[in-house]
Design a binder for this molecule. Structure first.
Ligand SMILES: Cc1ncc(COP(=O)(O)O)c(C=O)c1O
Ligand SMILES: N[C@@H](Cc1ccc(O)cc1)C(=O)O
Length: 465
């Protein structure tokens, strides 16, 4: 088989350094065993997130100089607006500083106390905004999405039976919209098929319910459609993206992921009345409707990045780099969420550390152990991320208990992936030695960001030299 390489060459580099083991131990202690609290200087390969960590192209860096920093009516805004309209087909766009700014506006405008918001698995910030506005998130993803070993092409699909049952039970007037994430972050970066998007949209239309996409990783989703869905193989990614969005009434977007920038986002829709309200609200939370929390240069870079993201060669390499890491781990027998998703490889921490109870925070422990082993930073995506139940105050115990190795776009080479694979495999071979953690400090909302832990026994990895 002929091998392929990165579809770009490197023009600027940022040196990496690695602390020694003793220094990593100290850094981890200072961070309360929470990888979110590590200083980036203490990290060797940073796989915490693919959010805002993208490398920009020469064209994007050039575009920064073209930013129109006018307070109102910036021409950079019109460029971004046109890009969104062109690529996604929506009529109206409201800029926001990042994805959660758009989630805030959408949730405030559409959700009334007592409403239900179905979605294909929760996302932390999305659900937080829904709940802060008195809504209740209802998971309507297919059951297989909660099973790390279920091999399905479109594991992010909406379960139409679950959705219809909810509509029957609570009534369409209690459902302001359905939130469909493409791809599904918390399921392992799993895609939704075009057919499922169509069916979901049709069902919602029958009941007069809007469909709002969480479009954050929509280009990655389009790649999986091109690769896996019948009849889509020879179509350009741009056309598939456009087709996906036909099955929605609007979207929230974090520009920090697929649009290939470090900050930015937007809310888009076809409904003029909703757009008018959003223009009123955006000035309270983000800024003028012609910048919404972004500098003119950010909007230039994002408009350019959006076009680069739909380049077929770029997106193929992107998905295949993530898969390259995942396949090395699978070959070594490391339990990972299957199939490998779009933005990250997810370790199945429940299977990896089967000797730890859920309340010993296996994913948090594994993320800490990985940092200790090699300076690789990953993210807990399990019981800590899931927070507590609003009513019972018990931990939400999600079926998936995972550590996410998230690959920033255009930042690392496959050699970095090899180093990460070696470290994970090394840990897997001595997994019984990894101890659990206890939580010493627990913030009331989105606790995973700032929580602090300590090892249950005196060291995180027993018998470690
Ligand atoms: C699926 C998904 N939706 C929404 C968001 C929110 O975006 P942002 O980080 O730009 O606020 C993120 C990341 O945070 C995400 O991964
Ligand atoms: N959306 C980003 C940043 C983020 C991380 C964790 C969160 O729970 C919320 C936001 C990500 O998925 O990496």
């Amino acid at each position: 088989m002929r091998r392929t390489a990165e579809p770009y060459k490197i023009k600027a580099v940022e040196p990496l350094t690695m602390l020694n083991r003793g220094e990593r131990e100290e850094a981890l202690k200072r961070a309360g065993y929470n990888t979110f609290l590590l200083d980036s200087e203490d990290v060797y390969i940073d796989l915490l997130t693919d959010s805002g960590t993208n490398a920009m192209s020469d064209k994007q860096w050039g575009a920064l100089m073209m930013g129109d920093e006018a307070y109102a009516g910036s021409k950079s805004w019109y460029k971004l607006e046109r890009a969104v309209q062109d690529l996604f087909g929506y009529d109206y766009v409201i800029p926001t500083h990042q994805g959660r700014g758009a989630e805030n506006l959408l949730s405030q405008m559409k959700i009334q106390p007592g409403d239900y918001i179905p979605g294909n698995m929760y996302f932390t910030t999305t659900r937080a905004h829904q709940e802060m506005n008195g809504g209740t998130f209802v998971d309507v993803i297919i059951d297989e999405a909660h099973d790390p070993s279920a091999e399905l092409d479109f594991k992010g699909n909406v379960d139409l039976v679950k959705l219809e049952e909810l509509i029957d039970e609570v009534g369409a007037d209690k459902i302001p919209y359905v939130c469909v994430a493409v791809t599904v972050n918390m399921a392992g970066g799993q895609p939704v098929s075009l057919a499922n998007l169509k069916e979901t949209y049709t069902l919602c239309q029958e009941h007069g319910i809007d469909v709002m996409f969480d479009a954050t990783r929509c280009v990655e989703n389009a790649y999986f459609i091109q690769e896996r869905e019948e009849g889509q193989q020879n179509r350009p990614i741009k056309d598939i993206v456009r087709d996906m969005f036909k099955f929605s009434d609007g979207c929230t977007m974090s520009g920090k992921k697929d649009p290939l920038v470090n900050i930015g986002g937007f809310l888009a829709m076809n409904d003029f009345e909703l757009y008018t309200r959003a223009r009123e609200l955006v000035v309270v939370y983000e800024g003028m409707p012609s910048y919404g929390g972004m500098a003119g240069r950010d909007m230039e870079a994002m408009a350019q990045g959006m076009y680069e993201s739909i380049d077929d060669a770029y997106i193929e390499h992107r998905i295949k780099q993530v898969r390259y890491l995942g396949e090395q781990l699978m070959e070594a027998g490391v339990p990972v969420v299957r199939p490998i998703g779009g933005h990250a490889v997810y370790l199945d921490a429940k299977a990896f550390l089967s000797h730890l109870d859920r309340e010993m925070f296996p994913s948090q422990s594994l993320a800490a152990a990985l940092y200790l082993d090699s300076g690789v930073r990953s993210m807990e995506r399990g019981i800590v991320s899931a927070g507590r139940n609003k009513e019972t105050c018990e931990h939400n115990v999600p079926k998936l208990e995972m550590v996410r190795l998230t690959i920033p776009r255009r930042v690392y080479t496959n050699s970095h992936m090899d180093v990460v694979a070696d470290s994970v495999i090394n840990l897997y071979n001595k997994r019984e030695q990894i101890k659990g953690l206890s939580m010493d400090y627990e913030p009331p909302t989105l606790r995973f960001f700032n929580a602090r832990f300590s090892p249950l026994k005196s060291t995180l990895i027993a018998n470690e030299a």
